[in-house]
Design a protein around this ligand. Structure first.
Ligand code: IMP
Ligand code: MG
Length: 207
């Protein structure tokens, strides 16, 4: 059966079973999802994602308990991970948001264009950048440099997903939910052409 979201049929979802009503609570049973021209299949179910986040939060809670960290969620992709992570962080902290677009030019360091910037004074603070995924590392390297130049005493990176084989940056994330291979994925904040961010599970391109 196919479920169509929206008037323009951008996303159709193939559910197991024969129920013809859309039940958001059954989204974990989705096997395949079509976004625009591509078909994706479940890769990391929501339960596994949340278990990994429990581990990230536990590490942060034990390592940064006396640091009064400022968490900075990197929009758009990290919104869902940031929300689930922050619900599990129990130490005194603040959270803010930045929005960036990265350019992967010929330079190995790259540069990051800021669409929404920092409001907070980061001088002398422990800053934890929250990312959905560190792929080449260009985005996170640019941001880490920027926060260091703004006078933060230390800058750490928490990422839900890390592609170690693809990462060329000198900056490596301190807190990683999961290492994954170099394959394109969507869901849980990650998009394909702007779509798929709202999916609860993570999907990979279907073979
Ligand atoms: P970077 O290559 O580490 O700079 O990654 C830049 C951004 O690309 C990430 O923050 C994601 O938003 C996006 N990205 C990287 N890999 C994927 C993927 O597999 N699916 C969707 N977006 C991705
Ligand atoms: Mg991102």
């Amino acid at each position: 059966m196919q479920i169509i979201f929206g008037v323009d049929t951008y996303i159709s979802i193939v559910l197991r079973g024969s129920d013809h009503t859309y039940h958001p609570e059954k989204t974990e049973k989705m096997a395949k999802v079509k976004i625009l021209d591509k078909e994706f299949e479940t890769s990391i179910p929501e339960a596994e994602i949340l278990k990994a986040i429990d581990g990230v939060a536990a590490k942060i809670n034990s390592e940064l308990s006396d640091k009064n960290p400022l968490f900075v969620c990197v929009l758009n992709g990290a919104f869902m991970f940031a929300a689930d992570l922050m619900k599990r962080v129990t130490i005194p902290c603040q959270i803010s948001f930045v929005k960036v677009a990265s350019y992967s030019g010929t330079s190995t360091t790259g540069s990051v264009k800021q669409l929404i910037g920092f409001n907070e004074d980061v001088k002398g603070r422990t800053v934890v950048l929250i990312e959905d995924i560190v792929d080449t590392g260009i985005t996170i390297e640019g941001l880490v440099r920027q926060v260091e130049e703004m006078g933060a005493s230390e800058v750490k990176v928490a990422t839900m997903l890390f592609k170690p084989a693809s990462c060329k940056a000198s900056v490596k994330p301190s807190y990683v939910g999961m290492d994954i291979p170099n394959a394109f994925i969507v869901g849980y904040g990650l998009d394909y052409d702007g779509y798929g961010r709202n999916l609860r599970d993570i999907y990979k391109l279907a073979e």
